[in-house]
Ligand binder design. Structure first.
Ligand code: KG4
Ligand code: ZN
Length: 343
């Protein structure tokens, strides 16, 4: 007997992207993301505005996901949603919507941990991705997190190191803000870095007590003081050197990430290495990771671009594994803004 296919509606609304996806088992049929442009003018995500935008976007985004997948709401077998971590006002929109869908259609409700989803995006059945072998290490780098994880199974994540202050995405975005670039600045630094000299300027790398932890707040301060000094001598310094500054900042950040990741691989003896999260879209980190296949004998897993920044397909794949294990939530489940990696 052939196994019945499962259709899952997945919803992601943890920060400033409203996303809905439809998965048929582990295959993505649609993955619609509405970016909220409104935050650019404020230089960062404004939580109150984010939740208002989610409210406007959620219904059209879900409708579009169903249309693109070519199925109707009555074909759905379960609804998965981001339970946390994230901004409470944003999480509540997706959580409440998913509960309503579950009750109205009488289908299981599945709460998903956003950080697990970034990692498990690697298990989406997609021709551009390889499925990792357990155990593997995952450098999870986003606007809210920076962690080196040891992944032992679909549900077992051990934190080997993490940031003690800013996340790496914040380091990119805050540096970009100092340069007068719009939010989110990470992709712009990446774009400009390609045209610059990475050795033009040197920024010292912050130290941490635990050698697998990260610290990025000192780097931001170092960049601020450096720019203040240079702009005093030449008011056009940033404009005249934007490519070199971006290349140097990106080079420093990637060096920090790669050193720690290599150390984690050496300490654990694990050579199956993945990257995940919004910053894993960065061209520099993607190239550095790939280079380690040749240099260090790593087997690397770099996600398809579509699954790097926040998206509902990654929520759907966790939903699929939870569906198989019948790990369902009740309508009393709550959004948790500081949800930990194994929760
Ligand atoms: O995973 P994500 O979409 O949201 C969170 O869960 O935080 O990550 C967003 C972060 C932002 O800080 C953004 O600037 C950064 O990912 N980002 C990048 C690139 N694309 C997105 N940073 C550097 N280079 C990129 N190409
Ligand atoms: Zn994320």
């Amino acid at each position: 007997m052939t196994k019945k296919s499962i259709h899952i509606l997945a919803i992601e609304s943890s920060c400033d992207d409203t996303s809905a996806a439809i998965l048929k088992n582990d295959v993505v049929l649609s993955n619609v993301v509405a970016n909220q442009k409104i935050h650019a003018q404020y230089g960062g995500v404004v939580p109150e505005l984010a939740s208002r935008e989610h409210q406007k976007n959620i219904v059209p985004v879900v409708q579009q996901a169903l249309v693109e997948a070519g199925i109707g709401k009555n074909d759905l077998d379960a609804v998965a949603f981001t339970k946390g971590p994230g901004l409470m006002g944003s999480l509540l929109v997706g959580t409440s919507f998913a509960k309503s869908v579950s009750i109205a259609l009488n289908i299981p409700l599945i709460g998903v941990n956003h950080m697990q989803a970034h990692v498990l995006a690697h298990f989406i059945n997609d021709e551009n991705q390889n499925i990792p072998e357990f155990p593997f290490l995952c450098l999870t780098i986003s606007g809210g997190h920076t962690q080196i994880l040891k992944i032992k199974s679909h549900a077992n994540f051990e934190i080997l190191g993490e940031t003690i202050d800013d996340a790496v995405g914040e380091a990119f975005d805050k540096s970009a803000k100092l340069l007068g670039l719009k939010y989110p600045g990470g992709p712009l630094i990446d774009k400009f870095a390609k045209k610059g000299n990475k050795n033009a300027f040197v920024f010292t790398e912050p130290k941490t007590k635990n050698d697998l932890d990260f610290s990025f707040s000192g780097l931001k301060t170092a960049i601020l003081y450096f720019l203040q000094k240079e702009v005093k001598n030449n008011p056009n310094f940033i404009k005249e050197n934007i490519y070199d500054i971006c290349a140097s900042i990106q080079y420093t950040i990637i060096n920090i990430l790669m050193k720690k990741l290599k150390l984690a691989s050496k300490k654990t003896g694990i050579k199956h290495i993945a990257i995940a999260g919004g910053v894993s879209a960065n061209s520099g980190i993607r190239k550095n990771i790939k280079d380690c296949e040749q240099n260090l004998g790593w087997k690397t897993y770099v996600p398809n671009f579509e699954y790097t920044t926040d998206n509902a397909a990654m929520i759907g794949i966790v939903g699929y594994y939870k569906y198989i294990n019948k790990s369902f939530d009740t309508e009393n489940t709550l959004a948790i803004s500081r949800l930990k990696i194994n929760d």
